[in-house]
Design a protein around this ligand. Structure first.
Ligand code: NDP
Length: 256
């Protein structure tokens, strides 16, 4: 039996797909799942070297791990990732819909391309991957789907109408699918991080970052490894009676 978080839970024998697991929050989630005992397929869109480096790290933790180039906007790519997981490990027990992106602008200047790209990646990608894992999860009468949304999907954010629409959509999607599969041993939950310094947020001006930090009741940004433990918990048997929920991990930002 692998590491069990003080005996509270273990993911030993479980297999997980983490979309966008090669860097940022997804990499931290993959690491936490591996530490807790899961085997993994991590997907990436283009950064193969980062995904391979992440996979080496996960193997060093004792996990079996494969990488898969799969654009979450493409149903065929997603099917391939799911099949690779089934072939390698015999099941897909856990799906973490983490892959995401921003393309910010005020609505007056927001192009149709920027709208489509952000909705397709964050929301359509979550739909496609969730749909692809449901059949194998229903067959094995066990499954955990964890969707990474954002605190701004709850609060709104000027300059992010596309991103907040996608992330709010993920929250509604999470609840609806949770209701559809609740009787099948499958839970569907969302995790809403606050502001975490990753490549996604690196492009913001220092002034913007300081304004955000000021609004966070804890007066600091979140770390990727402060997001991942709740994902591992929701993926475990210990969270069997929790479904359709959105857990904010944001230093209190959503209340401010
Ligand atoms: P990063 O930009 O650091 O990483 C994004 C990841 O998503 C990469 O692994 C990337 O793959 C993958 N990705 C992007 N587009 C696609 C695509 N079309 N198909 C497959 N994979 C794709 O972002 P974060 O780690 O910060 O964000 C992870 C999640 O957390 C996202 O859903 C984001 O919206 C959410 N989030 C982040 C917050 C933050 O403050 N950072 C706050 C709230 C939510 P590749 O490396 O190949 O490009």
């Amino acid at each position: 039996m692998s590491d069990t978080h003080n005996g509270l839970f273990s993911l030993a024998g479980r297999s997980a797909i983490v979309t966008g697991g090669g860097r940022g929050i997804g990499r931290s989630i993959a690491t936490e799942l591996a530490r807790t005992g899961a085997n993994l397929v991590i997907t990436y869109r283009e950064n193969s070297s980062l995904a391979e480096a992440a996979a080496r790290e996960l193997r060093a933790l004792g996990a079996a791990c494969q990488t898969c180039k799969a654009d979450v906007r493409d149903g065929g790519d997603i099917e391939r990732a799911v099949n690779e997981c089934l072939q390698a490990f015999g099941s897909v027990d856990i799906l973490v819909n983490n892959a995401g992106m921003t393309n910010d602008n005020l609505l007056m200047r927001l192009s149709e391309e920027a709208w489509d790209e952000v909705l397709d990646t964050n929301l359509r990608g979550t739909f496609l991957a969730t749909k692809a894992v449901l059949r194998p999860m229903i067959r094995s009468r066990w499954g955990r789907i964890i969707n990474i949304t954002s605190v701004v999907g709850v609060s709104g954010n000027a300059g992010q109408a596309n991103y907040t629409a996608a992330k709010a959509g993920i929250i509604g999607f999470t609840r609806s699918v949770a209701l559809e599969v609740a009787s099948r041993g499958i839970t569907v939950n969302a995790v809403a991080p606050g502001f975490v310094l990753t490549d996604l947020t690196a492009g913001l001006a220092d002034e913007q970052k300081e304004t955000i930090k000021d609004r966070i009741p804890m007066k600091r940004y979140g770390e990727t490894n402060e997001i991942s433990p709740i994902v591992a918990f929701l993926a475990s048997d210990a969270a069997a009676y929790i479904t359709g929920q959105t857990v904010n991990v944001d230093g209190g930002l959503v209340m401010s």
